[in-house]
Each structure stands twice: as structure tokens, then as C-alpha cells.
Design a protein around this ligand. Structure first.
Ligand code: PLP
Length: 400
């Protein structure tokens, strides 16, 4: 089922929540279907088992290629969340360091699966601030690193709410100079912008299949240094994934992940340019209709597909329902916190006032988004913003 089919199936509905999850790519659906038709445990030595193993190893190569890594770098997991949890352990050894990490530094805008701190005690986890555009403060990283004997640093490549792309390569140089390791959560960036490991300099990287058009419930941790040794895997047992992640592999999910990675890689440059053009039209339209619209991270480098915006006096939960009634699926900030009215920690870290943060709506685009869909969104925004004007005592300024 491709993105277009997804849109049609929802009859008149339009999906603008690609950062929460992307529709399953046609290539991924076909690969999953084929894999589900086979029987065979990839650890079995018979022909059926070997066939399942071949599928996994092919997918491993496809996932590695998305970030210009090696197949042997990839450890398949059940999700991006699990990969983050696996990576954030004090007990990771390297050839030159056998003692545990004493501190974990994370940016203040990380996804909740990183903010949970993995297996570090709470007091060993420290936040690195961001600027008003939602970009990590490199000087603060440099200052923080001196506090640790052996630091682990975890930074996202692109923020899931604002789309702001972080200066990961520059952070990597600082972390390595301090004798630390850098883990990069590239869940939102992969397939949307180049994530070549040689350019980023990360030691570990998290990916998730469902953000790039693969199935939900599959992820990967990539380990770019062979000497990185996980002394305390999260899941022990049969020793699958080189003993780092036991459990019979999710063959169909992994195969779908591989197919999605290959398709994403092939289309990335073209899609990035196309979605950026659509997003610019969207943002120009939002601001033309309600000139006081604030685009968060608007002057920073962002993912081409993501817009997070607000208008003083707007309540995101009301706006999301209003858009939903218009047939449009958007999100109020992070998907994981949708349904719960709580201020975004990302916007709080950027110093956004609680009143403005309260109205933040995220529109995220993908390969099936069209210019006509953007027009329909803007038509709905005209209604939402105008209703807001009627309600609001302060009456935000509206353009005709
Ligand atoms: N990291 C980021 C930046 C995310 O946006 C998400 C999901 O929203 C995750 C990690 C978690 O990935 P998964 O849904 O595969 O657990």
C-alpha cells in the first residue's frame, strides 16, 4: 500500500502526521508479505532457516546503506525506543575504556526514550541546553564534558517536534576529544536528509522502520566501532544479533525495514526538494492567513517535511480536533504525548512562553503529500484561525 493508496483509503482524509508514523511503502508491504509466506527460523541450519537468514542479512545491508554504514554495524531491535535504551548503558566497554561511563549528557529536546536516561541513574544524567531556535548549544556541551571522567553523549540528529537539525558532527569532535562516545538518535532524520556516518562521526546510531515507511515495531542500533562491547544486553537468551539482542528475529518486520530503507535512500534527494517546496508554500500560507503565526525553529536548518507552529490564544488540542473534523490528521507536538495535554519540553527548552507553546500544532509531510493537500490544509487553517479570532478577547490579527 503506497502513500497515495493510504490517502484514498481514508476517503477524503489527508494525513499530515508523518513524524508520528509514515504510511507503509509499497515496496515494504510487498517484502513483508513475501516474508510472511515463508516458514523458517533464521537460526535453523536447514534450507528454510537459511532462506530466512538470507532475507535478514539482505535487509541488514539495505539498512546500513541508508547511513553509508556496513551491514555488520546493524543490530535489529523491536523499535527506536529499544535501540535508545540499549545504547544508553553505563556498562559499554571499548578497547581503550573498560570502566563504566560516569555521566550521560543529553540535549534538553531529546525524545522521551532518551530522556528516560536508559540504564543510567537519574543523578548521572544531565541536560544540555538549546537556543531559542531549538539548536543544541555546543559551548554548553564542551563545558559539560569536563565534568565527566568518561562521558556518554546522546543527541538527536533532527528534532521530532520542530524538525530542527542539530550540529552533530561538531558535537562528535568535542565528545571524542573528551574521550567519550556519541550516540545519535537519527529516527526522524533518516530517509529525509543524508545521514552518512562518515560525515556525522557518531559511534552509535538509532533508526526506526516506521518513520521511513517500514512496519511499526522494528528498529536498529548501529554500532560503528567494532570494539564497542555491550556488557549488559537488555535481552539475553539465544544470542541472536551477535549476542547483543536475543530473541528470534522479526523476519517480516526486518525485511520490510530493509525495503523501506532502500526506497527511502533512492528517493531521498528528490523527495527532500519536493517536500521543502510544499512546506515553504504551507508556511507562507499560514502566515498570510494569520500574520501572527509563529513557526518554531523557523530560522534554523530544519527537516524539509516538518512545521511546528502556533498562534497566541490557540489551544492545540482544540485545533487538532478542528483539523480532524475537516479530515486532516495533524499532531499537537510529539505523537507520544498526544492525547495528554502537557506542555512540550522541546518548546519549554527553547524558552517559548507556556501560552504560545499550548497552541503548538505539528504538520509533517511525506512522499504522498501534494500541493492540492497543502491548499486544503490552508483552507482549514483559515477557518480555525478565524474561529480563534472570534473567540479570543485579544483578537489575533487576521489577513483577509
Ligand atoms: N526517537 C525519536 C526522535 C522519535 O521521534 C521516536 C518516535 O517518535 C523514537 C525515537 C522512538 O521510536 P519508536 O517509535 O520506533 O520506538
Amino acid at each position: 500500500m503506497g502513500g497515495k493508496a493510504f490517502g484514498r483509503q481514508m476517503t477524503e482524509r489527508i494525513y499530515f502526521d508523518w513524524n508520528a508514523t509514515a504510511p507503509l511503502r509499497r515496496e515494504a508491504a510487498a517484502a513483508v508479505e513475501q516474508a510472511l509466506a515463508l516458514t523458517g527460523n533464521p537460526s535453523s541450519v536447514h534450507a528454510e532457516g537459511r532462506a530466512a537468514r538470507r532475507l535478514i542479512e539482505h535487509a541488514r545491508g539495505q539498512v546500513a546503506a541508508l547511513v553509508a554504514g556496513q551491514p555488520g554495524d546493524v543490530i535489529f531491535t523491536s523499535s527506536g525506543t529499544e535501540a535508545n535504551m540499549l545504547a544508553l548503558s553505563p556498562a559499554i566497554e571499548t578497547a581503550d575504556h573498560k570502566r563504566p561511563f560516569d555521566r550521560l549528557f543529553i540535549s534538553a529536546i531529546e525524545h522521551s526514550s532518551v530522556r528516560a536516561g536508559g540504564r543510567f541513574p537519574r543523578e548521572a544524567v544531565e541536560d544540555i541546553p538549546v537556543d531559542a531556535d531549538g539548536c543544541i548549544n555546543l559551548e554548553a556541551i564542551e563545558e559539560a564534558l569536563v565534568k565527566a571522567a568518561r562521558p556518554l553523549v546522546s543527541l538527536m540528529l533532527a528534532n521530532n517536534e520542530t524538525g530542527v537539525v542539530q550540529p552533530v558532527a561538531r558535537a562528535a569532535a568535542l565528545v571524542h576529544a573528551a574521550g567519550g562516545l556519541l550516540h545519535v538518535d537519527a529516527v526522524q532524520a533518516a530517509g529525509r536528509i543524508p545521514c552518512d556516518i562518515a560525515d556525522l562521526g557518531a559511534d552509535l546510531m538509532t533508526l526506526s522502520a516506521h518513520k521511513i515507511g517500514g512496519p511499526q515495531g522494528v528498529g536498529a542500533l548501529l554500532r560503528f566501532r567494532e570494539d564497542i562491547h555491550f556488557t549488559d544486553p537488555l535481552i539475553r537468551g539465544g544470542g541472536q544479533e551477535r549476542g547483543i539482542r536475543s530473541g528470534t528475529e522479526n523476519v517480516a518486520g526486518i525485511v520490510g525495514f530493509g525495503a523501506a530503507a532502500a526506497a527511502a535512500q533512492q528517493l531521498m534527494a528528490k523527495e527532500a526538494a519536493r517536500t521543502l517546496d510544499l512546506r515553504q508554500k504551507l508556511e507562507a500560507g499560514l502566515c498570510a492567513i494569520a500574520p501572527k503565526t509563529v513557526i518554531f525553529g523557523g530560522s534554523a536548518v530544519r527537516l524539509p517535511n516538518t512545521t511546528l507552529f502556533s498562534l497566541d490564544g490557540m489551544k492545540a488540542e482544540t485545533a487538532v480536533i478542528a483539523f480532524d473534523l475537516e479530515g486532516l490528521a495533524v499532531s499537537s507536538g510529539a505523537a507520544c504525548s498526544s492525547g495528554r495535554v502537557q506542555p512540550s519540553h522541546v518548546l519549554a527548552a527553547m524558552g517559548v512562553s507556556p501560552a504560545l507553546a499550548r497552541g503548538a500544532v505539528r504538520v509533517s509531510l511525506g512522499w504522498a503529500t501534494t500541493a492540492a493537500e497543502i491548499e486544503r490544509f490552508l483552507g482549514a487553517w483559515r477557518k480555525v484561525a478565524s474561529a480563534l479570532c472570534k473567540e479570543s478577547k485579544e483578537r489575533p490579527e487576521m489577513a483577509a
